[in-house]
Design a protein around this ligand. Structure first.
Ligand code: DC
Length: 231
């Protein structure tokens, strides 16, 4: 196998398994995996816990005012085989995927100052190369020159069912209907926001995994990866 270390950008809709896929790729290649959605979620959680979001309404000015006091870092957790996210030294990994955070994260991630802070952090992480980063704007804004860009999608009901299983397995009291609504409304919000909307980069390859297992996706990926490093 070629030893060239590249940047792999994975963008796409919410809940289509981007993180699972990106994590598996990183483990296979010995690359670092960065879940940028977790960064937007961490800022959202902080805003929720510090009074900048009340009854679902995001006070943008207060969120922007808080940015200087939010320090995000990732620390590798060998048990998960991935990095956990910390805010100001506090492990928040287990608290960022609740429906409350999911319902507010699109609004927080549409704030320009939030995006510029997190994008700068992500670009710095990429200096090391050998990185798999997943998000919404990785191939378009964060790393427009990434050697391999993948745009993932899946049927919205398939995605809602996957997330429903994940959350109920953790004991969360949610309904499939509310998850489906959240998936559809986040697609809309992510694709229609003014700054860095979710869109396929011209040179990204589409992966629709509605009917694909993780193994099938890995086989599909390795062929594209070999082509990308051979270039
Ligand atoms: O991948 P996720 O569902 O955990 O992401 C949470 C939210 O963060 C998603 O609704 C859109 C936003 N996001 C973004 O705007 N840009 C990114 N690079 C990653 C996520």
């Amino acid at each position: 196998m070629n030893n060239k270390r590249i940047i792999i950008a994975i963008d796409g809709h919410s809940s289509c398994g981007k993180s699972t896929f990106a994590k598996a790729i990183a483990a296979r290649l010995g690359y670092i995996f960065i879940d940028t959605g977790a960064m937007y979620r961490a800022v959202t959680l902080y805003a929720l816990e510090h009074g900048a979001i009340l009854s679902g309404i995001v006070d943008e000015e207060r969120v922007v005012g808080m940015l200087g006091e939010i320090n995000i870092d990732f620390r590798f957790n060998p048990e998960r085989g991935a990095s956990d996210i910390y805010v100001n030294g506090d492990l928040v990994e287990g608290r960022i995927r609740t429906i409350e955070v999911s319902n507010c994260v699109s609004a927080v991630s549409s704030i320009a100052e939030v995006r510029s802070k997190l994008v700068a952090m992500q670009q710095e992480m990429g200096l090391r190369r050998g990185i798999v980063m997943d998000g919404r704007d990785i191939g378009t804004v964060v790393f427009p020159d990434a050697e391999l860009k993948i745009y993932m999608t899946a049927d919205p009901m398939v995605r809602a069912e996957r997330r429903y299983k994940e959350l109920t397995a953790k004991g969360d009291n949610v309904t499939l209907e509310e998850i489906y609504e959240n998936v559809v409304s986040r697609d809309k919000a992510d694709m229609s926001r003014a700054i860095s909307p979710l869109r396929k980069a011209d040179d990204a390859i589409v992966l629709d995994n509605s009917q694909m297992s993780v193994e099938e996706q890995m086989t599909w990926f390795m062929e594209r990866y070999e082509e990308a490093v051979a270039k």
